[in-house]
Design a protein around this ligand. Structure first.
Ligand code: GLU
Length: 304
């Protein structure tokens, strides 16, 4: 399979499309990004790496970090994690309060904001220096010390994070947070502010294509079964209220963020990361979705 030629061809076609959608405007700091940035990077299980466009530019990975926090918490507490949250698609917006009320503070899944707050709470209870320890965990997966939080994005999110504050307080009122909402939120906003490039993302997430092991097989980030389950959750819940559409059109487990990034995983084959900041009305990168649909169509390499 000539990934380089296929990616170059689809990149050219996708870059020429009208750049529909809009940058996430509710986080003021994200509005500073050039909407025409567009990068793609693939890493394969047999060691092939290729990037095109702005694949080395760092951007705010936002909700893509929810896969990393889930992986770290799952590794620490194992299956009892599922006592605190569910594994069902929500069918509502990522920051919706409605289900939490009727479902008594148990979030539908770890990728909606409420679920990510519970994961942050679990990590806060288990880590000595949560922000440093989380960064060390992420950096150690690819031995990449360049990965960092962006404190401007943290401050910007805190200044407008009313819904996240409401969600955390509601979960706390049901007794599903052990720590104070303010601590959970501070940690959560830091995780969302992580910055990475498409190249770094595709290399970092190789453990989900490699049965939970880092690509050099030196670290077991998740067990084989946990890796399968995280992929299953990405397949069913990774794209907000458009997870069905992504499955239908692209056919890969993946996760998007409102910074315009998408990672998609083909277990045992490859990880591909795409970044284009303009989002469609469901909050997923417009060009990112177009690119990935073409990619799995041309390569016939979706999981279905
Ligand atoms: N930090 C964002 C929020 O909590 C995450 C949004 C996302 O990427 O889904 O609203």
């Amino acid at each position: 399979m000539d990934f380089k030629e296929i990616i170059e061809d689809i990149y050219k076609k996708t870059a020429a499309l009208k750049n529909k959608g809009q940058i996430a405007s509710y986080i003021p700091e994200l509005l500073k990004i050039d909407p025409n940035k567009f990068g793609v990077h693939i890493s394969t299980i047999d060691g092939f790496n290729f990037g095109i466009g702005d694949y080395q530019d760092k951007f705010s990975i936002q909700s893509i970090s929810k896969v990393l926090s889930l992986s770290m918490a799952y590794n620490i507490v194992g299956e009892k994690i599922w006592k605190r949250l569910d594994v069902e698609p929500s069918g509502t917006a990522f920051n919706s309060l409605v289900q939490l009320e009727t479902e008594k503070g148990i979030p539908r899944n770890p990728f909606i904001n409420a679920g990510a707050h519970v994961i942050c709470d679990i990590l806060l209870s288990h880590l000595k220096n949560p922000k440093e320890d989380f960064l060390t965990f992420v950096r150690s997966i690819t031995q990449n010390s360049e990965i960092n939080y962006n404190t401007k994005v943290v401050t910007s999110e805190k200044s407008v994070g009313y819904r996240n504050v409401a969600l955390c307080n509601l979960i706390k009122s049901f007794g599903n947070l052990d720590n104070e909402p303010s601590e959970v939120l501070d940690f959560y906003f830091h995780l969302c502010s992580l910055e990475m490039s498409c190249q770094e993302l595709s290399q970092l997430f190789m453990y989900l294509a490699n049965d939970g092991k880092t690509i050099d097989n030196s670290q077991q980030i998740l067990t084989k079964s946990q890796s399968k389950r995280v992929n299953a959750l990405m397949q069913t819940c990774g794209f907000y209220d458009e997870s069905g559409e992504f499955s239908f059109k692209v056919g890969l487990p993946g996760k998007s963020g409102v910074g315009g990034g998408i990672i998609a995983v083909h277990p045992d084959q490859y990880v591909i990361a795409v970044w284009s900041p303009n989002l469609n009305e469901k909050g997923n990168s417009y060009k990112g979705m177009c690119f990935l649909e073409e990619f799995t169509t041309k390569t016939e390499l979706s999981i279905f």
